[in-house]
Ligand binder design. Sequence first.
Ligand code: NAD
Length: 438
Amino acid sequence: MKVGIIGTGYVGIVSGVCFADMGHQVVCFDVDQYKLSLYRQGKSAIYEPGLEELLAKNIAAKRIHFTDVITEMIKESDVLFICVGTPPLPDGSADLSQVEAAVREIAENTPAGAYKVIVEKSTVPVGTHKRLKNITRLYNKSQAKFDFVVNSEFLKEGDAIHDFLHPDRIVIGAETEEAKNLMIELYSTFKDKILITDPSSAEIIKYASNSFLATKISFINMVADLCEKTGADVSLVAEGMGLDKRIGRAFLNAGIGYGGSCFPKDVKAFIHVMEQYGIDASILQSVDSFNTQRFHRMIKILKDELWILKNKHIAMWGLAFKPNTDDIREAPSIKIVQELLDAGVILHLYDPAAMENFQKLFPPSDRVHYALSPLEAVENAEALLLVTEWAEFKKIPITKFYEKMKLPVVIDGRNLFPAEDMIKHNFRYFPIGKGKVL
Ligand code: NAD
């Protein structure tokens, strides 16, 4: 089938490349010329394992190409996927201006007699499809025919290709038989994973899913606090809970809170939607406020341990909001770094993929140093904060960084290191929710 992608960020480029790999003919459009120029050369504009290889393979097979001319994309596509950003506005609601602009441009540029299916892949509040329908009615003077489908994306950064090609479910919120059948054909590889709904239900499924996962995270973090105070171990508690099939072990890893471009903004936007309809959103308000404060825990431990932080050398491993991505949007690392800089700390930062993005927020200076390796970051450090659980950190022998550090203080925000070993090796070790070793 002929697929158009509007917006080639994390979701757009992964969707485009995967659709191409499934055998469809894909054309991608973006307003960002730099991204397009990289993609044309087979280079990825984002760090996502496996993406560059799949991109190059499908460019070579002539199944995917890139354009900055919207009319070209519209002409060459039957289905148009809106994959633009929906960032948060100051009041927590979703900023839908990119979505509106994309659909308006499609409406203005689709010729008479054409039939296009416009797919909302971006995460949007319930009712957005009705707004989009109205916009096309207003701006399409040529009376082209449009159908709207809600097909939210559930991929996780860092695992995006795998998630796209091995989905748990594909939700299709369609109103007409024609659009529904076209979407079923598009996703025929995953026939048994398709759930057909109305568009409003599909829109709610995405926000409700992310809000539910965020709730699991805040819940286990609350339980972790109790474990710390009572000598219990949150990993064992999570295991015990997770063995119950109704609960499941996933998303019960205690830590310093969720971040990223989805959970914080989607929880806030869902709260906003609830409030618009007069629904009590206090459950999600607690999830959100608990998470917002969570990063403080590391700084409190650091202050309790080192007392005055001014001019202390602190190493940080991990800046991305999660491993295997360069995405730092709403990453806990941003708040931690800002607060430590305010306290006069000298920082030594390391991340395998996110340092370039981080440097745009915190340029290198006499207070902010970017190390070339994890071991360089801990050289003479008075404490190490483990913020993102990249697998490579776990492979570094404990004795190696013990030798390098000035003081063996490790605050592990992701329970990455083996607690007993750390204590045995004379670290002052602070994991999450492990009252047994604290
Ligand atoms: P992103 O910011 O990485 O990418 C958005 C892209 O859209 C950018 O390349 C931008 O240049 C382009 N764009 C903006 N306006 C445009 C226009 N008018 N025409 C063409 N291109 C335009 O965003 P993302 O992380 O890919 O997220 C996109 C949507 O998918 C959001 O609604 C997000 O909530 C949702 N989502 C994201 C993820 C994720 O893990 N990142 C997962 C599931 C769903």
